[in-house]
Ligand binder design. Structure first.
Ligand code: DX5
Ligand code: ZN
Length: 216
């Protein structure tokens, strides 16, 4: 059993609300929202007013992935905007500020998450594992949808699942980037239980079937 988190980055922006409603009809429970600042990653996407607008029209679990520098400056705004999970990159600030940001997110009633880029080892997030509700392993370099899945991230997924089992067994382990029905299976075998899918989900001819099969 896994959870699909469709990435709204791959939706049709002229029909955003319809796409969100359709995601729910297709059977998904989560929605992955990629926030990019043009500094931490070489791309721009949504700000917190988008999250607020999404919150107003959906009860999907909003899984907000911050790809921004110094998330401590903006985390509270995303919490207030209505994120359910708010995930920050370990590479985006000092260890002290990362720790503080995770605490702040929790204090605002939102579930904190920590992300690692492909070149960052699992050990880099070891200190935060007991205090998060979600760990995200990037299976592409963050910044763009539609990239090729990096199968060489699977040992890291496996390692993080066993590290989590020791200190925080209820924590979700999510993968993001290049996930489709085939690569999703590999991720599940290695211990991931939340699968982000952007282009594969939105490009699928039968999204309800995609959701059913990937969550199996
Ligand atoms: C990439 C983003 C992903 C992206 C995934 O930086 O974090 O969430 O939307 O898109 P696909 O599934 O197309 O790789
Ligand atoms: Zn993402």
């Amino acid at each position: 059993m896994a959870i699909l988190s469709p990435s709204i980055l791959s939706a049709d922006y002229m029909h955003f609300a319809e796409d969100m409603a359709q995601v729910k009809k297709d059977g998904a429970k989560w929605l992955h929202v990629d926030i990019m600042d043009g500094h931490f990653v070489p791309n721009l996407s949504f700000g917190y007013s988008w999250v607020k607008a999404m919150r107003a029209v959906t009860d999907l679990v909003l899984d907000v992935h911050l790809m921004i520098d110094t998330p401590i400056k903006y985390a509270a705004e995303f919490c207030k905007a209505g994120a359910d999970y708010l995930t920050i990159h370990v590479e985006a600030d000092t260890p002290e500020n990362i720790d503080k940001t995770l605490d702040e997110i929790r204090a605002l009633g939102v579930k904190p998450g920590i992300v690692v880029k492909p070149k960052t080892p699992a050990e880099a997030i070891a200190p935060y594992l007991p205090k998060v509700d979600l760990v995200l392993v990037m299976t592409v370099e963050p910044g763009f949808g539609g990239q090729k899945f990096m199968a060489d991230m699977m040992p890291k997924v496996k390692q993080l699942r066993s590290m989590l089992d020791a200190v925080n067994p209820g924590c979700h382990l999510e993968v993001d980037g290049g996930v489709d029905l085939t690569t999703g299976e590999i991720c599940k075998e290695n211990g991931a239980d939340v699968l982000v899918a952007g282009s594969a989900f939105f490009g699928s001819a039968d999204r309800a079937d995609f959701c059913k099969r990937i969550e199996k």
